[in-house]
Design a protein around this ligand. Structure first.
Ligand SMILES: O=C(O)CCC(=O)C(=O)O
Ligand SMILES: [Fe+2]
Length: 204
């Protein structure tokens, strides 16, 4: 009997120190990933993101949406938003992601990047409302994009291409020590949807 036959392989840590990032690669077949991309594009309540930058409210081209177990309030980029309740498709994706990485989540922030001109600047997801050192499960659908990490003290960078249907998990001390970003690129002309499953600390 092969004891390892059914155990999910945990990929190597992408980070050399001060955190843990596992890139699992595609976790569903192509047709399923295509189907979810189309379903989410149609059914999610996409809104232009608003953020406070140098004290000014700006509206990004990138669209966002936030779903959760309860209508949690969540502060992101210094603005407070209220979550929608899960849709059946999002609940299915949440289970797939949870089963793949063995973590549990109670909310999901979705981003829609229409093409390579849209990205996300350096940040970490250690906001007050998130469970400290909780895992973040990031599912990518659509155009493959580069994702980068930068160590806050040493400036060391690590990057990875995130493929259609692929799962990346950030956990442990990652948000305290590393920034991450989705750099804009002239080479990508297609849309990408990213879902980051998170755990909101219910005590806040
Ligand atoms: O689009 C991505 O892959 C990353 C999104 C992200 O970092 C975030 O939503 O906090
Ligand atoms: Fe992030």
């Amino acid at each position: 009997m092969n004891l390892f036959e059914t155990a999910d392989q945990v990929p190597d840590n992408l980070l050399p120190q001060d955190g843990t990032v596992h890139y699992y690669g595609p976790m569903m077949d192509l047709a399923t990933a295509d189907r979810y991309f189309d379903l989410l594009l149609q059914s999610i309540d996409w809104q232009n993101d608003e953020a406070m930058i140098f004290g000014k409210k700006i509206v990004t081209k990138r669209k966002v949406a936030w779903y959760a177990d309860k209508p949690f309030s969540y502060t992101y980029s210094k603005l407070t938003k209220t979550a929608h309740l899960w849709t059946p498709d999002l609940l299915k994706l949440k289970s797939l992601v949870e089963n793949h990485c063995g973590e549990r989540f109670n909310s999901c922030l979705l981003n829609l990047y229409h093409d390579g001109s849209e990205g996300m600047a350096w940040h970490s997801d250690g906001e007050r409302d998130l469970k400290r050192n909780g895992a973040i499960g990031s599912l990518s659908l659509g155009a493959a994009r580069k994702f980068a990490f930068k160590h806050k003290r040493t400036g060391q960078t690590v990057s990875r291409t995130l493929e259609h249907g692929a799962l990346l998990v950030m956990k442990d001390e990652t948000q305290s020590h590393w920034l991450h970003r989705l750099p804009p690129t002239k080479r990508v002309h297609d849309a990408r949807i990213n879902l980051t499953f998170r755990t909101i600390d219910e005590r806040t």
